[in-house]
Design a protein around this ligand. Sequence first.
Ligand code: IVH
Length: 716
Amino acid sequence: MSEKPVDSLSEAEAASELARLAEEIAGHDLRYHAEDAPTISDADYDALRRRNLAIEQRFPQLVREDSPSRSVGAAVSEKFGKVTHVVPMLSLDNAFADEDVSEFVGRIRRFLRLGANEPVVITAEPKIDGLSLSIRYENGRLVTAATRGDGQVGENVTANARTIADIPNVLKGDFPDVVEVRGEVYMSHADFAELNRRNEKAGKPIFANPRNAAAGSLRQLDTSITASRPLRFFAYAWGEVSEMPADTQMGMVDAFRSYGFKTNPLMKVFDSVEGLLSQYRMIEANRATLGYDIDGVVYKVDRLDLQQRLGFVSRSPRWAIAHKFPAEKATTLLTGIDIQVGRTGSLTPVARLQPVTVGGVVVTNATLHNEDYIKGIGNSGQPIREGRDIRVGDTVIVQRAGDVIPQILDVIMEKRPADAQPYLFPTRCPACDSHAVREEGEVVRRCTGGLICPAQAVERLRHFVSRNAFDIEGLGEKQIEFFFQSQDPALHVGSPADIFTLKRRQEASLTKLENIDGFGATSARKLFAAIDDRRQVEFSRFLFALGIRHIGETNAKRLARHYINFDAFRAAGTAAVMPEGKGDKGNAAWQELTGVNGIGGIVAEAVVEFFAEEHNRQVLDALLAEVTPLDEERIGDVSSPVSGKTVVFTGSLEKMSRDEAKAMAEKLGAKVAGSVSKKTDLVVAGPGAGSKLKLASELGIEVIDEDGWFALVKAG
Ligand code: IVH
C-alpha cells in the first residue's frame, strides 16, 4: 500500500500524479462544497493536498493551472449562489522551456497525423493574472455571470459583473441567441496602487497583489463596493454557444470584440514554433510596460475543428498550453521545521519561514521534501546545493513558481548563525511514537506503527466506510474511532473484515453492543442490518474502499468498467509485471492495465504493488470471505453503435493517429484492446494489418477499415 516517495518520482511520473491529484481533489472539493456530501475524511483530504504540494515543491515547473494549491479559498463560498457550468471551465497545462513548446506542437501534429508540410496555425496571447469569469447572454442580454469555482460549479456574481465597465450588459451587433463569453477579470497596476492608497488612508486592509484585489472586489456581497473598484475584463474563451459565429479561435475573439468586449491586442497567429517563441519573448520583454499582471503566454490551436478532434486530457485541452514566465525568488529566515505524518506513515518536514513577499504573495511555509533534502542530498544520493544542509536559523532562498507555496532553493552560508545546529530528523513518529525508519533505497522515513499508528489505521478504516466506499449507515468516523480504540476482542475493529465479523463476535461473547453507551438495542440492530446490507457491494466501491494508492473514485470506476469482475481485476493486478528499463513494455497483463482509459504507469504500479504485498492479500482475503463485489454493469453511459463493445485497431491508420482512434472509441463508450481475442467485437484494420487481422477472421470477428469506422460512428 506504499505510495511512491515524492523524492523518487521521475518528472513524468510527477506530472501525471499532479494531474491525478488535481482531479481527485477537485472531485472532493465539489462534493464537499457544492453537494455538501464529502466522501473523504478531512485528514485524508489534507494528506492528498500535502502530497500534491510536496510534488509541486520538488517540481515547481510542473505546477498546474488547476492545481489544488492554487485554488485554496477558491472553493465556492456559501455566501453566493451556485452556478453549474454547462461547459466546464477547464485549466491549461504548463510549458516552461522552449522545448516544452516544441513538444506541445509536435504532440498536436502527431495526434492529428499532419504531414511534414502541413502547417498548424496556433494563436499566442498574454496569460492574464486575474480570475476567470463566465458571462451568459440570452438574446443579447446578460443573464448570469459566474466565477470558475472548481471548474464545474462557480459562484453567482451576476450583480457584481454588471458593474464592470468592460462587460456589456447588452451585446452589440450580430450575436447568437445564447452565448457564454469567458475571460479574465483583472485590475491594472495603477488602479491597484490607487486602491491600496485609499484603503491605507481609510485604515482598511491592503491587498497583496492586483489579482487578490480583483478577486476580493468581484466577490463582494455589496455590489456598490464592486462598482467602486476599477475592475477590467478581457474576453478570450467561451462556454455554451447556440450558433458559432466563427470557426477559428481568432474569429471567435473578433466576434467577441464586435459584441462590445475588450480583447487583448497582443493576440496573434503563427504557423511555427519559432513564431510562437518570438511572440513569447516579445511579450516577456514588454511585460513591465503592459500596466497589468501577466504570468505567461497562452498558445491555442486556431482551427476549432482541430480543437474538437484534439479534445481533452483530464481537465486540460490538448489544443492549448500556458507558457509560463520563470519563477520569482526571495530570501528569508527559516524559523523552524515541523513534521507531518501522512496516511501511509510518511514523515514530511515542513519549513516555517519568517513571512516574506515573493512575487506579490506572502509566504510563510514550504515543504522540505524529506530528510535528505535537508541534508543537501538529492534523489540518487548525489549532493544538491553543493552539499549545503539546511538549518533552523538559516537565511534561505525561497522560490515561488506560479502562484503556489514555494520551495527552498538554497542557503546563504555567510548568514548562518555561528551556533546553528544540523537538523536532526526524528526517528520516532510524532503521532504514535513508533520507530520511524527508512528502508533501503527509500528517501522517505516512515512510521512503523502501521495499524497501531492512529494517524494511519483509523484513516484507512474511515476511508473504507466513507460515503463513496462502503457507506455503512450508522458507521461513521466516530463509531470507527470507538471500535478501533476498543480493547474488547468482541468489539475491536482493526481491519475492514472485522466490521463484518462484529455481529458474530458479539453473539459468541458476553459483550453486547446494545449495552454500550451510545448504542442501545435499536441502533445496534440497525447497525448490524446495515453491515449485512453491504455484504454485496459494487465492484467500483469495493475497489475504492481498499484505499490503494492513486485509486480514487474515478480510477476505481475506470478499472471496474474495464475488468467488469473483481476476480478478473485481481488476476490482472497479480499477473502484471512492470517493465524494467527502456525498451521493456511489461507483459500482456501490464499492457492491458496501462491500456485502460485514464490509467497510467503510476496507478498501474500501485495496483501491482498492492497485490504483491502479503499483508494486503491477507486483509483482502479476509474481507472477501465476508463480502462479495458485484460485477460492474457492462455498458457505459454513452449510447453509440460501439458502446460497450471491445474494439481493436490494427495496421496503419491514415486518417487519424492511434491515440486519436483510441480516444474517439472510448468517448463513444467502446473499450479499446491491444490484442484480438474471443472477447473482441470489432477490428478496425488499416493497410499492412497482419496477425491480428488473421486471428480476427479465424475467430469470425467483424472487420472494417478506417472508412467503415467513420461511417459506423457517424451513423450513431
Ligand atoms: S484559455 C480551456 N486564455 O488561465 C482553457 N486562459 O489555466 C481556457 N487565463 O482559468 C482558458 N489568460 O483564468 C486562457 N488568454 C488566456 C488566459 C487564460 C488567463 C487563465 C484563466 C484560466 C487559466 C487556465
